[in-house]
Design a protein around this ligand. Structure first.
Ligand SMILES: [Zn+2]
Length: 656
């Protein structure tokens, strides 16, 4: 049964947008990124108005950020003019994102100029525009009902990547820079259509036989990095085809992966309906070893076009960016995307099946050793999403973070393997995805599941938990409501490892990290450096001895260590990673009575501590349980025929 929540908003959306856009004069906005190297973006905005008081706003709750991250604090140089005269304005006393202006008689267009100070996601050679930095539009109006025609100005010779439709013959293979005009859209869609631009720019077409068309646009800080490796392009071709098999209907008119490669522009992964804003280090995709840490980035953000952008939790969707986006279903929005992003990365060859298992082991172990789960449910990490992102790592294992990503991954793996178990591997989560991700559009396509609507353009079709349960029951009858309640709403002192076990594997701890863990460590990983002592003595410690977190109730906690301390010496030796590892090994091989002796600095005080720990180094991995169905490797096998990838020498991979 389909819940009313899903069908009503869609009908409203389809009717309202086309009608109102036809009637209204669009806002015109020109985003000027030509000063990007100096960390300034400018905009000129012409807003159709009537005389009298007008309230304009900039976005506050940014879809995909799950937080009120609109950069109103960085928006500066705001000047309103009409017929060449400057008009006074006043900020709203309660809603600091709103500007009030009184429009004089006879004026039909209000001009606004604004600047935004931008210190992230740009460098001397490239820039990313997420439109909340420059948007200004009538307040208290559904954003999909406000038509807007964008133009983008970039430095001479810089290329532009975006899913917006150019109207003046922009040529991605021979970019000239300057101003490019785009077709009229609405404020909701413009906010969902970022722009990347750069001096070293390349656009590559992917899986050219697939409709709608797919591209990857790359900007980099050095010319050689913007030329992606043939192997990577081949894996991305596979990814486009794999999404067709896994998700069936597509919900965009065109799709652009936007990728920045820069050590200064910062990391990013932000989903959009027709594109994704991806940022990695300069060498993030330069070889297979560096690629491993980023292997699910593009598949994760791409999956969001279906799960998150098209299908959206009813309480996460708001028709206006001033309203709070509620996170209680983020274990579906992000959690299922986390699962599918990793599975599709393996199916596409962006990582191997072994690498998939190694990284799943790391994620599952991290959750199983997260004491905060003793007081806080997975659902609470989702509800509290907007107050859990970032922050100091101190005691974060007791607090918990945005665990709905990885908890959701284990939940949907459990769901997938449960469906396989119930149906003797004849059905899987793919059957559910074909139903759930295909609804909306022109409902009732003959020969397709109930409510299936085929390919659509970018729409938002909302859902609730009842619909998930009904769709799962269409695939395999089970008490899915209780299953969800037990895993998501209830307190669970241990992680849900049932999916791994039903998949034919077991999470174990050995004295050696997996090959993938060593490969990631050899490239500096996503976060760089550090010694892995979490599952042994229970600390996260940087290469210089700084302790960033102490595992609640672990050996180090019992010895009263605390985050922010620095280890100065281990067993009489000055601290080094090797000295700490040797001490852990020694305490294991000796008579197991001698503790590990530490000298620590905390604030300006020096103390000593003895760690009574004798179990040696411990690192998580998955081992195959013989004689059980191997669903985990069935899940990560490609559904389509992979391309024969060009040969590539892989000299950065970790060796035994
Ligand atoms: Zn995500």
């Amino acid at each position: 049964m389909i819940n009313r929540h899903t069908l009503l908003p869609l009908a409203l959306l389809l009717g309202a947008t086309t009608l109102l856009q036809a009637q209204k004069t669009p806002i015109q906005i020109t985003a000027d990124l030509s000063d990007a190297p100096r960390k300034l973006y400018h905009a000129d905005v012409d807003i159709p108005v009537k005389p009298g008081p007008v309230s304009l706003t900039t976005p506050k709750w940014i879809p995909g950020n799950h937080r009120p991250t609109g950069p109103v604090d960085q928006i500066t140089g705001v000047v309103f003019t009409a017929n060449g005269k400057v008009l006074p304005w006043r900020r709203d006393d309660e809603d600091l994102y709103q500007f009030h202006v009184t429009v004089p008689d006879g004026v039909t267009t209000l001009h606004a100029h604004l600047d935004c100070i931008v210190t992230a996601r740009l460098s001397q050679k490239l820039a990313v525009l997420e439109w909340e930095k420059l948007l200004l539009y009538p307040a208290n109006t559904p954003v999909k009902e406000i038509p807007i025609q964008p133009s983008v100005k970039v430095p001479e010779g810089w290329g532009i990547g975006t899913a917006l439709t150019p109207t003046d013959g922009y040529d991605a293979q021979h970019p000239k820079g300057g101003t490019t005009h785009y077709a009229t859209t609405n404020v909701e869609q413009l906010e969902d259509s970022p722009v990347i631009t750069g001096e070293y720019f390349h656009e590559f077409a992917l899986a050219p036989e697939v409709t709608p068309k797919h591209y990857i646009d790359v900007v980099a800080d050095s010319p050689e990095d913007s030329q992606l490796r043939p192997v990577l392009l081949s894996e991305l071709n596979n990814l486009v085809r794999e999404t067709g098999a896994a998700y069936n209907a597509r919900h965009y008119n065109v799709y652009h992966f936007l990728l920045t490669l820069s050590d200064v522009a910062g990391g990013e992964g932000l989903e959009h309906g027709q594109s994704s804003d991806n940022g990695v280090g300069e060498k993030g995709f330069s070889d297979a070893a560096h690629q491993l840490a980023e292997s699910d980035l593009l598949s994760h953000e791409f999956t969001h076009s279906w799960n998150g952008k098209y299908r959206r939790p009813f309480n996460l969707y708001q028709d206006d960016f001033t309203k709070m986006q509620e996170g209680s279903l983020l274990w579906v929005y992000e959690g299922m995307t986390q699962y599918l992003g990793n599975v599709l990365a393996a199916r596409s060859g962006l990582k191997s099946q072994e690498q998939y298992r190694d990284m799943l082991a790391a994620s599952a172990a991290n959750l199983d050793y997260k004491p905060g789960r003793e007081w806080r449910s997975t659902e609470d990490t989702a509800i509290a999403a907007s107050i859990l992102r970032g922050g100091n790592p101190a005691w974060s294992n007791w607090k918990r973070g945005q665990d709905y990503y990885q908890e959701g991954e284990l939940f949907w793996l459990d769901t997938d393997t449960t469906i396989r178990k119930l149906t003797d591997n004849k059905k899987s989560l793919t059957d559910f995805l074909h139903i759930f991700l295909g609804k909306g559009g022109n409902t009732g396509v003959p020969g397709q599941p109930a409510g299936w609507g085929g390919n659509t353009g970018p729409l938002i079709v909302t859902y609730n938990r009842d619909e998930l349960i009904a769709d799962l029951n269409q695939v395999a009858k089970y008490d899915w409501a209780t299953f969800m309640h037990d895993h998501i709403d209830a307190i669970n002192p241990h992680a849900d490892l049932a999916g791994i076990e039903q998949g034919g594997y077991k999470l174990v701890y050995t004295d050696k990290p997996t090959k993938s863990a060593r490969t990631i460590a050899s490239t500096g990983g996503r976060r760089g450096g550090g010694i892995d002592a979490w599952y042994s003595i229970g600390i996260r410690v940087m290469a210089d001895g700084d302790i960033s977190d102490v595992r609640w109730n672990g050996p180090a906690d019992k010895a009263k260590l605390f985050p922010g301390q620095k280890i100065i010496a281990v067993n009489g030796n000055i601290f080094s990673g090797d000295a700490l590892k040797s001490a852990i090994k020694e305490a294991h091989s000796n008579a197991k009575t001698e503790p590990i002796h530490l000298i620590l600095q905390g604030d300006t005080f020096v103390t000593t501590a003895d760690l009574d720990y004798h179990d040696g180094e411990r690192f998580p991995s998955l081992v195959r349980v013989d004689g059980t169905p191997d669903y985990l490797d069935d899940i990560t096998k490609p559904l389509t025929t992979p391309e024969k990838a060009p040969a590539e020498k892989n000299d950065r991979d970790a060796t035994e």
